[in-house]
Design a protein around this ligand. Structure first.
Ligand code: 5GP
Ligand code: ZN
Length: 140
């Protein structure tokens, strides 16, 4: 079995498992993190199955960076956080759990503790409502 066959993010790209999608284009896909560090936590992934920053092709890296900026601006417009944390992990020792290149966009509030991602599942209706707000800001 190829790495991409068992990869959870490749399964999302192929539509084999559901995700609350925000945006898609030829090289990237953006969707809500199911176990968010804060409300509005969004993930931007490359369509290409590449494990991390060290191995990703520059063309895919730049495409993800461009989408991250667009989506971060939409998150700012939609949710008005006090700040936005951009995160990216390389290797299990660094905290990476899904070995498919992705960037976290985490809205932060003043005084909010840095929540750990990948822990508590989000309420699915709340996730969909936040996604609709971010999507509207992206399109507006
Ligand atoms: P990292 O690998 O950078 O530590 O984080 C992976 C992120 O992917 C975690 O925040 C986790 O909640 C998220 N995640 C893992 N599996 C799924 C999934 O099936 N769907 C979605 N939407 N997010 C996922
Ligand atoms: Zn993958």
């Amino acid at each position: 079995m190829s790495e991409s066959a068992s990869c959870i993010f490749c399964k999302i790209i192929r539509g084999e498992i559901p995700a609350v999608t925000i945006h898609e284009d030829a090289q990237t896909l953006t969707f809500m993190d199911v176990r968010p560090a804060s409300p509005g936590h969004t993930l931007v992934i490359s369509r290409a199955h590449t494990p991390n920053l060290l191995e990703i092709a520059e063309i895919d890296l730049l495409a993800v960076a461009s989408t991250v900026q667009r989506v971060a601006r939409a998150v700012q417009k939609a949710l008005s956080p006090d700040g936005i944390r951009i995160g990216q992990f390389n290797g299990a020792a660094a905290g990476q759990t899904v070995l498919h290149y992705h960037v976290h966009i985490v809205p932060m509030r003043e005084g909010q503790k840095a929540g750990a991602h990948g822990r508590e599942p989000a309420n699915s209706e709340q996730l969909k409502a936040l996604a609709a707000q971010i999507r509207a800001a992206l399109e507006g």
